[in-house]
Design a protein around this ligand. Sequence first.
Ligand SMILES: *Cc1c(COP(=O)(O)O)cnc(C)c1O
Length: 481
Amino acid sequence: MKTIFAKSVPGRSAWRLNSDAPKAADMLPAGLLRQDPPRLPECSELDVVRHFTGLSRLNYSVDANFYPLGSCTMKYNPKFTEYVAALPGFSRLHPMLPQLTRGVAWAQGALRCLYEAEQWLCELTGMKAFTFQPMAGANGEFAGVKLMAAYHAAKGRKRTKMLIPDAAHGTNPASAALAGFDAVNIESRDGMVDPEALARAIAEHGENVAGLMMTCPNTLGLMEVHLPRIVEELRRIDALLYYDGANMNAIMGKMRVGDVGFDVVHLNVHKTLGTPHGGGGPGAGPVGVGERLLPFLPAPRVIKNGDSYRLNYNLPQAIGYIGPFYGSFAVVIRALAYMMRLGGEGLSRASEYAVLNANYLKKKLEDVLDIPYAHRLCAHEFVASAPDGLHALDIAKGLLDRGIHAPTIYFPLIVKECLMAEPTETESRETLDEYVQALTEIVAQGKADPQGLAAAPVSLPVRRMDETAAARQMVLTEDMA
Ligand SMILES: *Cc1c(COP(=O)(O)O)cnc(C)c1O
């Protein structure tokens, strides 16, 4: 695509001021007036519209195509949640309006939405209460481990070790480290937390273990079979269990994490509950707690008093400020609209279809890719390895040429040449079959003509790039040449 500057024609313009419009020179002190005109492209309105519409078409999105990016739950989120969040009563509400002044209920509706969204999340997870302060999953993890630290501090002790299975998302050890813990790696065996490795870590660090951060189903897409034993081991030393709820899409209505022994959970509502995910936000990472961590939730909390709602700041043991109490408000509204529309049964069905789709895809791909843990049913996602001699990266790039987003690759780290796909409940069987077909062709191409596949993508504006350099030394100009 030509840059907007290349489309510039001297003197062309998309606007014209009335002749009686005030002049800058009459309004600003001379010292503030610029000497030279800014270097801006000179274009007609249509040039500008075409330019930006063209750029937007270079974006890949779920609205356009299949997006099986594992661990990200790139499902289609219905447009009605956008409609609800955009209602003027929500979108034009100032966050600092008084809750109630001289009988005027300025923000009662918003407080009620927060309160009810909290009730829904409690019902979904079996937790006692939620805070909406964290702005994303990782921010929720940070808040969650801070709550764990507060629990131990209230008992007059400082524990420094956080146990983290090796299949964990990279944000888990990062959040633990940010909150001042040392992450202790727990190896897995057969895709599960190895109970022996866990017992060894507990024997070594004992009373210094603050807790364990679990993802379940884990990032291999497998339900943890040793959960009761893990809970028991940690309870024995009064350590806490953190549930990374990014994979909630697998278990809605099937398992309530509060019921099986977890003390704290964050949810990625932008993955599971009605907010489109991607492009860097907005997200939300509400954190829920059970009885033991309840006193430490950040202030203020929305409470219900008869028919009205107010904020309670009187929480002496609360951890410090994580974010505003209303969080990513529009994201919370989308989640509430989504949960109310689907209802308990609908949410449960969503998880059933998510798991069904993943297992369908996994089975269909058994002859195309190497599938570790093939003997087990997967949850909402599964991992595969590129067949011998092929690279996950080349296969991923081959998919781009076929108009399909790549799955997550080289994660989790414990699977070689890993391709991790999460089809989600919103994809049809036809789409899944097309994905299988595309992978079948790519693998055949890779075996017959490895060099050809190594050149992919050939159909996109940008070909193979140095991905590290692309992330670290971003070129923020339009001059893509
Ligand atoms: C996405 C994800 C996170 C981090 O969530 P963000 O909202 O991206 O910060 C944490 N854990 C797992 C397993 C995830 O998939």
